[in-house]
Write a protein that binds this ligand. Structure first.
Ligand SMILES: N[C@@H](CCC(=O)N[C@@H](CS)C(=O)NCC(=O)O)C(=O)O
Length: 295
């Protein structure tokens, strides 16, 4: 049975439709919203799907209104799903105290700490396909309700969402056809944003952070899945790069050790904003379309 969705908005865009839906998530135990762009091709046939994961403070809407991705999704005939970045309104003590933890900062992990573990399960919400309940995980909801091809999906994201995309990809070899990221948090165990999030959601014990497997550098070190071709764009004028939050060099070192061909493009003059994302989103969608269209 199809999961129950409520259509919040539907807007025609490049001959396709940009829609926002809300649904009840059993996984996160709250109401969630997501965006989906349905390209014109989806009116006649099922299409591949891209999952976009946004960064700190975002909702399902930032990418939809600022990235300019719909033009390229229509050209390549791919749908784009844009989830929210955390559960909302769960009445957890401290959930709204800071912009880089709690609401808007779910970090795409399943929390283990008492206050957070019931709702903060973004990793399972984003990735899992098999469940014993309905209306639970996002891929199930998408498969059940929209004209998308099963097993033709890829993942990308920005900043915290770039970390999420790398983690979802590396933990699930073969599940996603390809991965890419804009200014991802590459080594969260070693940067202030990641350390704050991991301490709060996973506890103070750093051995547990390794055991829980939410750091792209650690995951890459252990990766033995199919060959990967990772595309990362990073602005050289990104203030979070200079503040040591993103650490792309650490990922470069691990990839070199593992002989993984990381395509890290350091882009002159670009910052951390959606202007940067809009400038290169066409390349990323083309990168994914290449793998999604290969049979
Ligand atoms: N609130 C933060 C900035 C947070 C931020 O830059 N978030 C990025 C992701 S890490 C973003 O996408 N913001 C939403 C937007 O630009 O629309 C600050 O004041 O420094």
């Amino acid at each position: 049975m199809a999961a129950e969705l409520t259509e919040v908005t539907a807007t025609k865009c490049f001959e396709g439709w940009q829609k926002i839906f809300s649904h009840k998530s059993d996984e996160l135990k709250c109401a969630m919203r997501f965006g989906i762009y349905l390209p014109p091709q989806s009116e006649k046939e099922k299409v591949p799907v891209l999952y976009w994961l946004s960064g700190l403070t975002c909702t399902e809407e930032n990418f939809v209104t600022k990235a300019g991705a719909q033009r390229y999704a229509a050209d390549h005939g791919v749908a784009i799903v844009t989830p929210d970045t955390s559960p909302r309104g769960c009445n957890i003590k401290g959930e709204d105290d800071s912009w880089d933890f709690g609401t808007g900062a779910g970090f795409y992990l399943d929390a283990t700490q008492d206050d957070w573990k019931t709702n903060y399960r973004m990793y399972s919400y984003i990735t899992k396909e098999v469940s014993y309940k309905e209306q639970c995980k996002l891929p199930e909801v998408i498969q059940a309700n929209f004209p998308v091809l099963a097993n033709k999906q890829s993942i990308l994201g920005h900043s915290m969402g770039g970390h999420g995309a790398l983690v979802c990809f590396l933990r699930n070899p073969g599940k996603y056809a390809s991965v890419s990221a804009f200014a991802p948090i590459c080594n969260p165990s070693e940067c202030p944003w990641g350390q704050k999030a991991f301490s709060g959601y996973l506890g103070a014990d750093r051995d547990q952070w390794k055991f829980q497997r939410y750091d792209a550098c650690h995951l890459m070190q252990d990766y033995d899945g199919p060959k990967v071709d990772i595309l990362i764009d990073q602005g050289k004028a990104d203030n979070f790069l200079t503040a040591g939050q993103l650490l792309p060099d650490n990922l470069t070192v691990v990839c070199a050790k593992k002989d993984v061909p990381l395509k890290l493009r350091m882009q002159d003059g670009y910052d951390h904003s959606y202007y940067f994302i809009a400038s290169f989103i066409g390349d990323h969608i083309a990168h994914h379309a290449k793998y999604l269209k290969a049979s």
